[in-house]
Design a protein around this ligand. Structure first.
Ligand code: FAD
Length: 451
């Protein structure tokens, strides 16, 4: 198994289920700390979609702590700040703009800037998911990641025995511990919490998303130079449109979100065929800038039902030597743009713990089973409330964006009272004290180890 054997003893052997962004980042961090790890991914290969993703400066600092090679992979995959900073003001901002109203007869494209929050220098960096994952996978030595391995069962033997993993192809693997990074439809979560438990499955948030990438020159024609080159969230009644530059500023990533009062027909299938007409209808009567962008979406495109884990949050992320991280633990709707960032924080917590586990096993003679269970118990205590807060907060901010009041000038002042809260919520994500988390993690584990 890859991962160097430490002087003084063998490393624990970890299986990560799922080779998404969080699973691969975690594997890189474990290898750097000489923890033996294998990643089992159900897909044939790495198949992230070509949509964009943005990381906060704080999440990028966490990546740096996990392994600086992750930040290099991000930057070589074409990540760019989401604002087109200049010498006068190089910072990134979140910008909310009135997407609905047409306020000036002489300039129908005019949009009222509603609110702006300063995220600091390179406060966000946006990239294409497929390009980032591809660069990330190159950091991992050959043999660590195995594709076409869909987890079916986990059998935990009594006491000091290994855990057996059974895959759909009939093969088995034995390891000391399992970390489920298998995303929103996690099989590991279902195994930990039990089949039939509503917390084992995601639920519909009553929002649908349509995503596309648009060449920058076309985006400039649709929006204007400034708006195209800088992140904006166009808000209005029952829908919003977000975009930011990606791919070295050659494209913008654009996503339209629409409220849907109806139930989603199929809980197992979160993507359905959609068309540009769906979003044209949702954004009919909006500001012409927004309608111009909508016209640049492909005629046929996927309609993504937004599911999350908010209705029934997981009561715990750990069971013995099995643990959940990333979306498997706390899949969120994407309105804070921070689901993956929170998964990166999880990875930092876990690499800190598993390094300590190896030390306990090799130096204090603690059994692998005991040390791993204590580590995952600590992870649950440190990470669960913050990550579940994100799921809750993301739903709340989308409700702010979709307030019907945006269509009624007499209610604008009321609608705008949301921004102070949006600022506080954003700051809680951006200014997370990850150094404090590392200290708390080490103390939590040491206290448990001491009994
Ligand atoms: P995933 O990326 O879902 O990976 C899970 C992996 O596990 C997959 O490769 C899957 O094939 C594999 N798997 C599943 N089941 C099994 C099994 N049984 N056996 C083996 N393998 C299995 N977050 C941000 O931080 N910033 C953003 O800007 C942002 N924008 C977003 C926009 C949208 C529209 C959406 C929907 C989400 C956005 N997010 C964003 C959230 C982010 O995409 C997720 O939080 C992140 O991708 C989760 O990564 P993960 O590795 O935990 O899970």
């Amino acid at each position: 198994m890859p991962g160097t054997v430490l002087e003084g003893g063998e490393s624990v052997e970890i299986a990560i289920i799922g080779g998404g962004i969080v699973g691969v980042i975690l594997a890189v961090g474990l290898l750097r700390r000489n923890v033996k790890v294998r990643v089992f991914e159900q897909a044939q290969g790495f198949r992230e979609i070509g949509a964009g993703i943005a990381f906060t400066a704080n999440a990028i600092r966490c990546m740096e702590q996990i392994d600086p090679a992750i930040v290099t992979a991000l930057r070589t995959s074409g990540s760019v700040p989401t604002s087109d900073g200049n010498e006068d003001d190089p910072n990134d901002y979140l910008r909310w703009i009135d997407g609905y109203n047409q306020l000036r007869e002489d300039d129908p494209y005019y949009q009222r800037m509603l609110y702006k929050i300063d995220a600091g220098y390179r406060g966000f960096e946006g990239c294409r998911r497929d390009q980032f994952l591809e660069a990330l996978v190159k950091v991992v030595p050959p043999g660590v990641i195995e594709c076409k391995k869909r987890l079916e069962k986990i059998e935990e033997q009594e006491q000091e025995k290994k855990i057996s993993l059974k895959f759909v192809d009939g093969t088995m693997v034995e390891v000391d511990a399992v970390i489920g990074c298998d995303g929103i439809k996690s099989r590991v979560r279902e195994i930990i919490l039990g089949g039939g438990n509503p917390a084992s499955y995601p639920h519909y948030t009553h929002k649908v998303a349509y995503r596309t990438l648009i060449p920058m020159d076309e985006a400039i024609k649709a929006l204007d130079d400034y708006k195209a080159k800088n992140q904006h969230i166009h808000i209005g009644p029952n829908a919003h449109l977000i975009h930011y530059p990606v791919a070295g500023r050659k494209m913008i990533n654009a996503t339209a979100f629409v409220s849907d009062p109806n139930p989603w027909p199929n809980d197992k299938q979160m993507v359905a065929p959609g068309s540009r007409e769906d979003i044209e209808t949702a954004f009919a009567g909006w500001n012409p800038c927004v309608r111009n962008v909508v016209n640049l979406f492909p005629k046929k495109l996927d309609k993504w039902a937004v599911f999350d884990l908010w209705d029934y949050p997981a009561p715990y992320y750990n069971k013995g030597r099995i643990c959940l991280a990333g979306d498997a633990a706390h899949a969120s709707s994407p309105h804070h743009g921070a689901g993956a960032c929170t998964g990166v924080e999880d990875a930092l917590c876990l690499v800190t713990l598993l390094k300590q586990v190896n030390l306990s096993v090799q130096e204090s003679g603690l059994s692998k089973r005991k040390a791993l269970s204590l580590a995952f118990e600590t992870f649950n205590a440190i990470r669960r409330t913050r990550s579940q807060w994100l799921v809750n907060s993301s739903r709340r901010v989308c409700d702010f964006y979709h307030q019907p009041e945006w269509a009624n000038p007499a209610k604008w002042v009321k609608a705008e009272t949301c921004f102070e809260e949006l600022k506080d919520r954003s700051y809680k994500i951006w200014h997370f004290d990850y150094e404090g988390m590392i200290k708390e993690t080490l103390k939590g584990y040491a206290d448990r180890e001491a009994g």
